[in-house]
Design a protein. Sequence first.
Length: 533
Amino acid sequence: MAKSFRDADASGWKALGIALATVATLMLLLCWISTPRWQTNDDVSMSMVAHGYGVAAGGSPPYLMFSNVLWGYLVRGLPTLQGVPGYSLATMASLLVAGSAIGYGLLRMRVSYAACAAVLGLVMARPILFPQFTVNAGLLMVASVILLCLYAREGKTGVMVAACLLAIASYLIRAPEFFFVCAVGWTFLPIRQLLRDRAALVGAVAVGCVIAVAAMVDHQAYKAPEWRDFNALNHVRALLTDFGAGEPLRKHPDVLEKHGFSENDLKLMEHWFFVDPNLANPPVLEAMLSEVDPQSKQESRWANAIKGLKFLGHPSLWMLALVALGVSVVRPSRAMLAAWTIFVAAIAAIGYLGRPGIVQIYSPLLALLLLAPLALNGKRQRYDTLLALALGVASLVHVLDVLEESRALKAADIEVRERVSGVDGIPVVVWGDSFPFEAVYSVLGTSERAMNYRFYGLGVSTLAPFAVARSESRAGRGLLVRLRSPEGVPIFANSVLLSMLKTYCSEHFDGRFESVGTPPKGSIAPTWYRCSP
């Protein structure tokens, strides 16, 4: 009897072709209706570092900091096509590969075409229109887990090779997310069976060796002398900017005073002001933090753990979380219970440590929790048609919601780009989220004018050797020098940050903080400031 369209017992090449065509069509359709926009400015900065523009000085190595240096060199080696830089090409290619691998695995494990298409819409729509490197890394590893489950059923070497390559790519793009998905995904794998399989063992050893070599190369790259200042500050910097270590310290003004810090100085360090070596002083910062009673941090830690769990209801996550939970209830198993337990515990733990609500970390795991019960069931059940219908409705609602958000931002971004001015010429200081990087630097191409902007960034990369901020400081044109000059310095910053800078000017230089001129009304332009004697 001829098989119906919903029967997904497809041959290998047919399944791969259908999966690839489905994901490619989804990508083309979404990009035709709207325009991809970076989810965070991290990807904008990494693209700048990879290709030497914006916050990065030209000619510097592509050390992306958040991704492995090998990925940085691979991205730099890609050509610019029709104005689309290699970083963007690698990003979209990663999504195409991850989505196709997921679709292939689902079809080969007898998930219906309709359910497969619906799930791909749920999982891939937001990453396509709002790409983010951590999400990409997570989805690649999710695809690897799905293919490992498929290999356990079929034993095809090609599937194992593909799973290994996906795992390596995931690690290179974002190692912490790779390990996070591994921590949850292992619950779905038939570990005992794979341990007895020679090809699986060879694949595991090969992946382990590649990861070890990549980690070693990455470690050695950042041990170079020019990274000394960055490395010295980075650990204590992360405690202050990422994990809220300054909050309990603020309750001990005696400790601050003992080390020559004011409360404003501490706020500056929490807000990425690393241009003053007297403040960005690792031994002093570490000494202050060591004098704070660890018990004083406990209350906020538990509150952060709960806050992290509440973020599962975030507008970008709630549909995926709801559908994943629903499918898990419909198709329960011990593996699903274990996976959800690890996932929830990990979210709480990350929040407890001071990083609640990092939605890009969560979404690939929710995708895995949605996909796994569908892929591992393997048997057709009477309610499969209803399940596919429910998934289709959820997918449609989700895709339309993502499109509405994307199209609204697309219109706003066009207006933003037209209003940007005063950025040509000398480097402009950008502090905090005061410059619309995601709007100005589109995923699929940026104007030649914007590619020539140079930014003195106050952020995680301020002391990095590749940074414009670093090269300007070494040339005697650092922020503090220009701030005290008669001409002043152009700055993008919000009122809170400027208030801190005003206090800093008064406390450290006994100066008067003032603006030098006013930007055109309605424009997005920097304001010139100086700290006068």
